[in-house]
Design a protein around this ligand. Structure first.
Ligand SMILES: [Mg+2]
Length: 310
């Protein structure tokens, strides 16, 4: 498996997880049994209820939109400029995007966000009494794992552009560093090193890494009362890395577990794309993405900059 194959696997993995995950987003187990008695395997099966029919079959949602905001800013700057990433987030939010998360919406709609994004993001977090820890940062962090250097500090800062909570920041660093190591063939973080890393951010993270390691059944990670919680998404992502036997195996297990499935699968499948490579992804999932060409362009653009700087 080449680096380029794993690199492409991350970006396509994210988009495919997001696009198929829309099919079960927000569903409980009971709801899924009703709508998908035999589970969901293909985009064409996506149940067209009020929430889902706003998207065309094979479109991805906010998770991949925001990942592309980061990617496009990096391509423009041939490097990382936080203010330009913030500008891309803001422009995207001004387009009244579907599926935008509540915290992200609040932050990006403050008037002078682009001039002082970190202050705005911190203020919104403080207004939640430092309780808000949604998965809007981790859902878009996969691309940061492809950066050649300073992955942890880039993941931290890009997360904080909208999600200031240390649980969000730690989630982004752990996912980005795992992807980076897999793609570039560096020493892959172990269970123990992830636990150690998590304590650098927030002591509440470790329990979720532990669950991801010990639970064989993904259902035991899900919690209908905590849909959209960054630590649930983190645990599902690394669970898929530890417990899946292939890209498709992980994709289908995560999507058919419901909950915040588009985001959980975006994160999990970016990691699986790094582990198994683009070539391991069945073509129907790639060809079914209606904006596949855009993703190809971004992959090429990023590859040119990032691989050249290594
Ligand atoms: Mg989404």
């Amino acid at each position: 498996m080449t680096t380029a194959d794993k690199f492409k696997g991350v970006l396509f993995g994210q988009a495919i997880g997001d696009a198929l995950g829309l099919g079960t987003e927000g569903m409980t187990t009971e709801d899924m049994a009703w709508k998908y008695p035999n589970g969901i395997q293909h985009y064409g099966q996506i149940f067209q209820d009020r929430h889902r029919k706003r998207w065309e079959i094979g479109d991805w949602t906010d998770d991949t939109d925001m990942m592309l905001c980061i990617a496009e800013a990096v391509i423009e700057d041939k490097g990382v400029n936080m203010q330009n990433i913030a500008r891309h987030f803001k422009e995207w939010a001004l387009g009244d995007p579907m599926g935008i998360g509540e915290n992200t919406y609040k932050v990006l709609n403050i008037g002078d966000y682009v001039d002082r994004p970190f202050e705005v993001s911190k203020k919104i977090w403080e207004m939640s009494k430092c309780q808000s820890a949604a998965n809007g940062g981790v859902m878009r962090t996969s691309v940061v794992g492809l950066f050649p250097k300073y992955v942890a500090s880039c993941a931290e800062n890009i997360c904080k552009l909208t999600h200031y909570d240390p649980r969000c920041v730690g989630s982004c660093v752990i996912v980005s560093e795992l992807i980076h190591a897999l793609v570039y063939g560096e020493q892959v973080p172990t269970y123990g090193s992830m636990i150690a890393k998590s304590y650098m951010y927030d002591e509440r993270i470790a329990e979720y890494i532990d669950k991801a390691w010990k639970e064989d059944d993904i259902a035991n990670l899900m919690d209908d009362d905590f849909m959209g919680y960054t630590l649930v998404t983190l645990s599902v992502g690394i669970w898929a890395y530890w417990h899946s036997t292939s890209f498709v195996d992980g994709l289908l297990k995560v999507v058919n577990a419901g909950g915040d499935a588009d985001t959980n699968a975006a994160v999990a499948c970016a990691i699986l794309g790094a582990k198994y490579g683009f070539d391991s992804i069945p073509t129907e999932y790639v060809e079914g993405l209606i904006y596949r060409d855009k993703l190809e362009d971004v992959t090429r653009g990023l590859n040119n900059i990032l691989m050249a700087s290594r």
